[in-house]
Design a protein around this ligand. Sequence first.
Ligand code: ADP
Length: 550
Amino acid sequence: MLGLMQDRPLLISSLIDYAAAFHGDAEIVSRLPEGHVRRSSWREVGEVSKQVANALAEWGVEAGDRVATLAWNSDRHLALYFGVSGSGAVMHTVNPRLFREQIVYIINHAEDRILFFDITFAALVAELAPELTTVTTYVAMTDREHMPEVPGVPEGVLLCWDDVIGRQSTHYDWPEFDERSASSLCYTSGTTGNPKGVLYSHRSTMLHTLMAAARDANDVHSGSVILLVVPMFHANAWGTPYTAAMVGAKLVLPGPHLDGESVYQLMKAEGVNQSQGVPTVWMMLFSYLDEHPEIDPHELGLRIAGTGGAALPLSMIERFDRDFGAQAMQGWGMTETSPLCVIGRLLPKHEGLSQSEKNQIMLKQGRGICGVELKIVDDDGNRLPWDGKAFGEVWLRGPWIASGYYRGEGGEKLDAEGFFPTGDVATIDPDGYLQLVDRAKDVIKSGGEWVSSIDLENAALGHPAIAEAAVIGVPHPKWQERPLLVAVLRTGQTATREDILEYLAGEVAKWWLPDDVVFVDELPHTATGKILKLELRKRYRDHELPGVSS
Ligand code: ADP
């Protein structure tokens, strides 16, 4: 027997309609590529999203057609999120930090018809345009005054946002269609091989949104003032543009201005009480504060510093707590998982624990979220116990987890039970806290045992002189691989190899101690802000470890 409730499709357009109607005055503040700050609101973003939909209709963009962006976080990008998907087209956020060849590949592979871009990327677009085979219209997301020259784009094909969007009607009736229709597309950066497209649906996005706002998830509500540093071209900015609309939160969008000073000033000016970004961004903020000891970050009133994409180090949890009075917390997931799957929050039973005991729990990636099924398996695919000790690859199943990649790239992904492989290796404890040991490809195998690079990096970051740390395995004649610590020192700090090793000796098992420490000025990062371990492994493949003669 079927239920007798209305069968209304779950569509992204409903989010912006709700935000505009019920939280119309809530602000959307954008620091633009042009330099100035623009103040908008959910009401205005709602109107602009309808102007976008009208423009797409005028250009003959049809349901399922892909519309690309090369853009920073801004109110216009936000209006595109809702206008493109709401109209039935597919919002394709392209990561501008990828290599040029990858961007060309992605846009051609997606067969994007329209490309919206920030003026920061005008030179990039000029370079790419001759190789883009499907794009027929280029829109610079700016006004007449700031319109860039884009020599690669033929006359008449380059349009100005204010001209083409600004003149459209703000009336538009969102179409109704199957909630399983594609809504947005995001390619994973993939350290090897071509990037692969993850194609979200309206239904997956809506279910992810409904879950992400919860108190025990991102804890987002109408009183939230969210600084969204995670780029809107990275896994839909962790879904926050949608979640913020659903609850009418104020959004603060930093555009390309991600240096410590800009981020701090924006947080202060806008009363930010929640922030979301990869740990590297907060490291930059900390460096700025190191140089300005006169600033007391307590003045911000920051409540939650949300991180993801890489492990949240203990030193970061402690610093947010001590200097900001804020709780740092992490989510874990990937582009393929919308991305939220587990989130690091305390349980009521942890109330009475000391701060340092609580911090140890917050170091774990977190507990599963209702809607996502998790399993860890051994090499033969057998489920491993949730005892906090057994570790194996994490597989996931749920309505916002990918079933495969766009156009079947990468082949069949799901196992017989319908679970998706993450390539991450973790333990799960009896409370359901997942703790990442490593990415399968970054694991360090020493004498038949595993050394967790994540744990070692975390320990190293506890040393006051270390700003950023990466641990990789380098070949060793006896042990197969041994850990090498590659570290960046904090501005104005000094430390020797011996200092660091002595410190680590008090933090980790003896056989985990890195065989060597190298100091570098900076570490290589991927387009999504992760440390590029592959590159480091290449660089230090022949590194001579002390005590090993070549
Ligand atoms: P990319 O396209 O660069 O892989 P993703 O955001 O899809 O970007 O990366 C997902 C990966 O990031 C995960 O598989 C995991 O290895 C890592 N990751 C995400 N969140 C965390 C976290 N909280 N702690 C440690 N690693 C994380």
